[in-house]
Design a binder for this molecule. Structure first.
Ligand code: PMT
Length: 379
């Protein structure tokens, strides 16, 4: 996992296809205010010499209408990102948390999206005041203290997106703002990013009406139909004609953040593909680490793929009896995973896999910074 020297890293953005995306798709309205917030945050931590991580979290949407009623979504509750952000803060990082609006947030995640309503955490005291239910006092105090420390020390910046377009613009802006941090900038890309989108000029302004969908159609979308959609000869089907999202990871590595360490996630559902896909991503984007996970076991195991290293699996304790593992993949049956999941659902398995992932990433980032400094000293 060699850092690139400043001379290898380009000072100007590479003239590659991805850039036309930003010519064709307008920036979100919040971009100026996010730029100001991001700039102040980075400059604060640049002065103190602190490492800064940009954690992306949650799924991006692809709106089908400009005044959006319908959209295509990507799977992600934001658990990986929100949980990891807490462990990065515990490891001394300042965190920019770029998340899908209303997905899980660091600290509040312990009380939101749960089966409990927030009122279940409350109780009425004898004097009629509202208090925290004694059952939850201890844990909530710990969470509250950490939350207040992050807030009071200005170590957590929360910025949000909803659509793929907002995500891409904001990611680009923040990456550029983080450039002065050099190798102390870490990118931890846990968001589930759309692979296909509807370009601005093909998005219909108003809600797509089923009565607008004509039939039959012989070849492609007739011009009389709402932009970007088509029907089929066989009946009134909504056919959406999506373009591929440019592979922005390459631009991030080459142009936006040439000196930072970049970690991406790879989500698969077929276990036989995970490791090879993780290595393919490394080869394609030439970044520093891919963390592979399977949809079904993502809370209990991940695999690290990095250049010139053996894959490394991280597994949480299985059945509470088997210790957590780092190294080769333990040979576990489907039943083992089922038991682990059941224990986790019952709240018996409390260890969060992010508490094992983040320290490993932090260790690799430290080595990365040291190597960068050595290379600079040699120049
Ligand atoms: O939030 P949870 O419910 O806990 O779920 C967490 C998670 C499973 C979503 C998370 O751990 C995860 O795997 N996130 C990445 C999901 C994903 O987008 O995988 P992918 O195979 O589509 O993309 C792989 C990488 O390519 C991503 O890092 C992405 O940043 C990048 N990418 C994606 C699309 C695109 N057009 N260009 C890219 O560069």
């Amino acid at each position: 996992m060699e850092p690139r020297t400043p001379t290898e890293a380009s000072d100007t953005l590479p003239e590659i296809k991805q850039n036309s995306y930003f010519d064709d798709n307008a920036p979100p309205k919040v971009l100026d205010s996010y730029r100001k917030l991001g700039k102040a945050f980075v400059s604060d931590h640049l002065q103190s010499g602190r490492r800064v991580v940009l954690v992306t979290s949650g799924g991006t949407t692809v709106p089908l209408e400009n005044q959006t009623v319908r959209f295509i979504d990507n799977f992600s509750a934001g658990t990986r990102g929100a949980t990891s952000a807490e462990y990065f803060l515990e490891n001394g990082y300042a965190v920019i948390f770029l998340h899908r609006q209303y997905s899980l947030l660091p600290y509040s995640r312990h009380y939101s999206h749960s089966t409990n309503c927030f009122l279940d955490y409350m109780a009425e005291a004898l004097n009629g005041e509202v208090m925290v239910n004694p059952e939850y006092q201890q844990k909530m105090l710990g969470v509250l203290r950490k939350y207040n420390a992050a807030k009071n020390e200005n170590k957590l910046l929360l910025l949000s997106y909803t659509t793929i377009n907002e995500y891409l613009w904001e990611l680009k802006e923040l990456a550029m703002l983080m450039r002065p941090l050099g190798p102390k900038a870490l990118f931890y890309l846990a968001a589930a990013v759309s692979d296909f989108f509807l370009p601005k000029d093909r998005v219909s302004e108003h809600k797509i009406q089923s009565s607008d969908i004509k039939q039959p159609v012989t070849n492609g979308a007739p011009t009389s139909e709402p932009k970007g959609i088509a029907s089929t000869a066989s009946g009134k089907k909504l056919m959406i004609d999506l373009d591929p999202v440019p592979k922005f990871l390459k631009t991030l590595v080459d142009g936006w953040a040439p000196e930072g360490m970049i970690v991406s996630f790879k989500l698969e559902t077929d276990p036989s593909l995970l490791v090879s896909k993780a290595h393919q991503a490394l080869d394609k984007y030439s970044h520093h680490l891919v963390i592979g996970n399977l949809l079904s076991t993502r809370k209990f195991e991940v695999v690290f793929a990095a250049p010139e290293r053996e894959e490394q699996w991280i597994t949480v304790p299985v059945h509470r009896r088997v210790k957590s593992v780092t190294g080769a993949r333990p040979n576990l049956s489907a039943k083992d995973w089922q038991t682990t999941e059941q224990e986790w659902l019952r709240g018996e398995q409390e260890l969060e896999i992010e508490s094992l992932i983040v320290p490993e990433v932090v260790k690799m980032h430290k080595e990365f910074i040291e190597k960068s400094q050595e290379i600079k000293a040699e120049d």
